[in-house]
Design a protein around this ligand. Sequence first.
Ligand SMILES: [Zn+2]
Length: 471
Amino acid sequence: MVDMNKRSLLVMLIAYALLSSCTNTGSDNTDNDIVITNVTIIDAKQGPVKNVTVVVRGDKIISVSSDATPESTTTTANIIDGTGKYLIPGLWDMHVHLTYDDRFTDLMPQSFLSWGVTSVRDTGGMMQDMLPVIARMRAIDAVSPRVYFAGPLLDGQHVVYDGNARPLIGTQNSDVEQARENVRRLKNSGADFIKIYELVNPEVFLAMVDEADKLSMPIASHVPLHLLASTVGNQVGSMEHLRNIELDCASNAEALLVTRQEKLTAANIESGHALRSSLHQLQRLDAVAALDEERCAMVLANLTQTIQVPTLRLNAIALAPPYEQIDWNDAISAMLPEVQKDWNKPNEFIPKEYAKRDLRFAQYSLSMVKRMLDAGVPIGAGTDTPIALAIPGYSLHRELEMLVRAGLTPLQAIEAATVRPAQFLGIEDQMGTIEVGKRADLVLLSQNPLDDIRNTRRIDRVISKGKVIPR
Ligand SMILES: [Zn+2]
């Protein structure tokens, strides 16, 4: 045994020396290699694999070997002893708003990284606000997660987030021509995907989908109130917050739709936000109560190609408010003092007394995720950071916990925050697992996340774009 180990160690060192010598150029200098030895790797494709050595060079994983453990290498590589530790792919938050609240924008990159969130998908912000932030985050040597962004919420004739009494992150699309033009403009300005919002009409929705498809832009969407989830499914790559899915799962779904369409096309609409709120108020909880399992199974059968980003930590916030978690005080201490003051105030939406809380939508959201899981609908992990007490980075771990509470295994929760976002963007050949050739985003954990998903917070070290992030 000893001889075998020595032999394989020798083979590996020679192989490593060869690798080091053939591609030793510029910023890919082997001096900056990172070697993580004797670690258990865990990704959604392979599950756990013990006693692995992972070598990172530049922004790539160049070796994943289940062979011996080198105690030293011929280079000055940064060697991390992974004994007793767990290595997972860098995590994603699939639903953030970098520019929603100025108090968070600048501290977000570091906050995400310190919690092991090495990539984010921004699902709504105006281009003039987004572009400078994106430029800073993508600058060479920026200490920042990778970022993919949609630009503004593409809304309809009326706009929910129109800047009146709430942030301006939505834009108007009154007709098909304007919709096509907006999608083209976003593509030209560098948006990675589009986000369709709730007040678009069916023609505008179809035009957006068609234009985005032509331009190879993935599509994230709420289910527009004018449409049914089963109609929207398969036309979009992701759906957010389970929004309006309950309306299609209700036994009286068609009647609800007729009522909605009347109100959506009425002459005297005061504002997009008021319109949307009134429709949610009118139909949401009744639809939840009228859920028809058979009909819902048919709806979900149309969603098997669409990643659902249920944002459970938001939808089910009444069941598990963040400030009731034991690590809340620690996590919030990294936020600005005014945020701490704001967020530690009693919350008007969530009564302190458990018995007074309305838990219907929270419980429905958990059960819907379980239904989706059983129906083969892919699930993605997103938080809506910084909306509703979502601390950048920390809240993703809360989301993973809630996904497991809904019925995902810890490995499925990891898949939701690694493989699924890569699939949404069509970059699963580059990201999402720990394999040779993949980007070098990794999180080293001191405890096994498969034993308890909360162990994704036991972060020993974060590697982002091939560099160890100082904690
Ligand atoms: Zn959002």
